[in-house]
Design a binder for this molecule. Structure first.
Ligand code: GTP
Ligand code: MG
Length: 268
């Protein structure tokens, strides 16, 4: 059966190539070891859902909180990917640190998982502080005053605190990467939940270009670090669509843009 599958895939590789060079490139990609990508970021930023989107799984259900590393395989333009989802909640800090260490030291057995491939890169998901669900205080506040007034109040301390958690989360993995920086070709800061912050794009860009970029300055200069906007799904926030300028089309556009960037990084 495995033989038939192999022939099937090779036929597929052949038929998607438009010219001779394309055929060779596709075959080369097919034989290459999978690109091992680590997906990190604080709890609720959308890591698990992001992996679902890349695997073309349904992004309509809300994933459960991740409590241990989980590997998922997929393919983008014939490039095989192994995406390792990690737990973002601080409760699982030790597990996350073990996963990071195992990935920068491949061929080591850790937690019964054999980490066989060197790291292709790291995707650090952030969401400008937007949480996985409104907290109790926020819900309570929304019972009084107009929606916008209350949302404003909620946003001040609440989003700032969540943004600080995104920054603190860097402490769990960035020092290990700094010590092993020759093993990490690139880091993408994937700025997710664009459907929520789209109207504040200038603030978002400035924040990730300045305050959030500080801790990355200690890394080797030739690690490529990119900030890329993303959206897993367009979803009302506190029962309200956040931006009239952002819909399904914009979401698909950001997803396409990200995939193109990833393919170009992995084809180097
Ligand atoms: N509005 C909006 N919500 C999103 C988006 N991506 C994810 N979410 C929601 O955010 C919540 C958390 O998503 P997860 O993928 O579970 O988050 P996680 O980073 O894996 O969290 P942990 O497993 O705790 O580390 C879910 O309810 C998602 O539906 C997005 O692009 N826009
Ligand atoms: Mg998760």
């Amino acid at each position: 059966m495995a033989g038939l599958e192999t022939i099937g895939t090779l036929v597929d590789v052949y038929s998607t190539a438009k010219d001779g060079k394309g055929i060779l490139q596709n075959i080369a990609k097919w034989f290459k070891t999978p690109a091992n990508i680590l997906v990190v970021g604080s709890s609720g930023v959308g890591k698990t859902q992001f992996i679902q989107v890349l695997r073309n799984d349904s992004a309509t259900t809300n994933p459960l909180r991740t409590t241990k590393p989980e590997k998922h395989t997929t393919e983008i333009e014939k490039i095989k990917l192994v995406l390792t989802d990690t737990p973002g909640h601080e409760h699982y800090e030790t597990i996350l640190q073990g996963t990071i260490a195992a990935n920068v030291t491949p061929n080591m057995i850790k937690d019964n998982i054999f980490w066989e491939h060197p790291l292709a890169g790291i995707i650090n998901v952030v969401a400008y502080g937007y949480p996985e669900e409104p907290n109790i205080n926020a819900k309570h506040l929304l019972l009084q005053g107009s929606f916008d007034e209350q949302l404003q109040k909620v946003n001040i301390g609440f989003l700032e605190r969540n943004r600080n958690m995104e920054l603190e989360h860097l402490n769990y993995w960035l020092p290990t990467i700094a010590e092993n920086s020759s093993k990490v070709p690139w880091i993408i800061n994937l700025i997710n939940k664009a459907d929520i912050w789209w109207d504040d794009e200038n603030d978002v860009r400035q924040y990730y270009d300045t305050i959030f970029s500080e801790p990355f300055k200690h890394l080797r200069k030739d690690i490529e670090i990119m900030n890329i906007y993303f959206c897993n799904k367009v979803q009302p926030y506190y029962n309200k669509q956040r931006s009239s300028m952002f819909g399904e089309q914009e979401k698909l556009h950001l997803q396409e843009n990200f995939k193109n960037k990833l393919v170009s990084l992995l084809s180097k």
